[in-house]
Design a protein around this ligand. Structure first.
Ligand code: NAD
Length: 419
């Protein structure tokens, strides 16, 4: 019995079972690895602009504390519940372990549509959420970051609220802050840059020339827009992009810099062009060299997996592919090279780790230094995954997760079971 429920949590459990079976982990050792260490649910009341009071439910899940503090994003979305947050925390653990960071995974969120709040209401809710979290988080306990529906501004409000209660500025309590508030250069771009860097590594493996290759990017927020821009800068024709308002298509390649400016000023792709509009349902199965899902979970199910026509599937989002779809993709490994989410989008947590290190030391790096170190860690993880999948003749996701799960398991075994 567990308090965590729902399709996303079930997906994290199924993925873990595949890996635990592959690694031959005994049944009695599994719950200790899989079940979150701690979780908290809070009610966050705010005054609405119309004078009424509204209460939003917030969550934070810390998966394991074996390797150091926990680390993970904060999601503001109407889908958020305890099960979804727990699944995302579990994935963060395997991701941090895969890339070798001294963290366990965490995740948090509020069940809210942030676009339904005014800026003042959003600030009030962000501050109240952080205030409710103070007994559970800390720079050496649990460090927050942005995710779906949150951004640098919200991280600055989190940091300011925590600092006000401590009576001193504690920049290291969150990452993904603006540079002016103790953030690091290169964090905002880190996840999308990492996605594009790993696409280049995969293209090299497959001997695909990226100059003139085609890409489709689902989601045009932080991860999707930067990944699209980086791919565009590499000479890739980004032929289709989408967000929650719709999709756009142009066979000769969209003007990505202009789309980035439009989304930044308008808040979405809406209103950019009627002529280029495409049915979003067609996006994922369009023929292309590179497909980047960078929006939400479970968009590639078994049916879509059978119809994908890309050469490289670069999972910018967390959990875009269901376990049922994985079974299909495993059978299509010769056609489609998977860069699994815990590797593909790990540039974000890697640079968050750099931000935390810089904040703790009060010593800040140049952007080139941040990027050089980011790519170094991503290259190392990419090579480990490829070596393992080649050596054991397994799916890239199995290889990536096996490395992550093994590292957590080995740390738990070495530390022993208290008391
Ligand atoms: P974001 O809020 O900045 O952007 C999300 C984008 O997805 C928006 O453009 C939104 O309109 C779009 N979207 C939402 N639902 C959609 C749908 N059904 N179809 C198409 N587009 C849709 O969020 P983000 O930070 O870019 O995160 C995107 C994904 O990447 C999430 O899965 C997140 O967990 C993951 N991720 C983010 C980071 C990070 O550093 N921000 C790091 C690792 C993983």
């Amino acid at each position: 019995m567990t308090a965590y429920r729902g399709p996303v949590f079930e997906m994290a459990v199924k993925q873990f079972e595949v890996i635990a079976n592959y690694l031959g982990i005994p049944d009695d050792a599994r719950p200790r690895l899989l079940l979150p260490k701690r979780s908290v649910t809070v009610s966050c009341p705010i005054h609405r602009d119309d004078g009424t009071t509204a209460v939003f439910e917030g969550y934070r899940v810390q998966h394991h504390l074996t390797l150091g503090p926990t680390k993970g994003g904060t999601r503001f979305a109407p889908t958020v519940d305890l099960g979804e947050v727990a699944a995302l925390a579990i994935w963060m653990s395997w991701k941090c372990a895969l890339v070798g960071l001294p963290y366990g995974g965490a995740k948090g969120g509020i069940n809210v549509d942030p676009s339904s709040l005014s800026k003042r209401e959003l600030e009030a809710l962000s501050r109240r959420y952080m205030q409710e979290m103070i007994p559970f988080v800390g720079p050496h306990t649990d460090v927050m970051a942005p995710d779906l529906g949150t951004n640098e501004q919200i991280m600055a409000w989190f940091m300011d609220t925590y600092s006000m209660y401590q009576g001193q500025t504690v920049t290291e309590i969150v990452t993904g802050k603006p540079v002016s508030a103790g953030g690091t250069l290169g964090r905002r771009e880190a996840t999308g840059r990492g996605v594009a860097h790993l696409v280049r590594r995969a293209a090299d493996e497959l001997k695909i020339r990226l100059n003139g290759a085609t890409a489709v990017v689902q989601g045009f927020g932080n991860v999707g827009s930067i990944a699209a821009l980086e791919l565009h800068n590499m000479g890739v024709k980004v032929i289709a992009v989408s967000d929650h308002t719709g999709a756009l298509y142009q066979s000769r390649g969209l003007d990505i810099p202009q789309l980035v400016r439009h989304a930044a000023s308008q808040g979405s792709l809406d209103g950019y062009s009627n002529e280029l509009a495409l049915d979003p349902a067609e996006m994922l199965t369009m023929p292309c060299d590179v497909l980047v899902p960078a929006a939400v979970e479970r968009v590639i199910d078994a049916e879509i997996a059978g119809k994908l026509r890309c050469r490289i599937l670069a999972e910018g989002a967390n959990g875009p592919t269901t376990p049922e779809a994985d079974r299909i993709l495993e059978g299509r490994q010769e056609e489609i090279f998977l860069i699994p989410d815990i590797l593909c989008n790990s540039g974000g947590v890697v640079v968050s780790y750099f931000e935390w290190v810089q904040d703790l030391q009060r010593l800040f790096w140049e952007e080139e230094e941040v990027m050089r170190r980011e790519y170094q860690l991503l290259d190392r993880a990419f090579e480990r995954v490829l070596a393992r999948s080649g050596r054991e003749n397994i799916f890239n996701r199995t290889a990536a997760m096996a490395i992550g799960v093994e590292r957590v398991r080995s740390a738990k075994e070495t530390r022993g079971l208290f008391p």
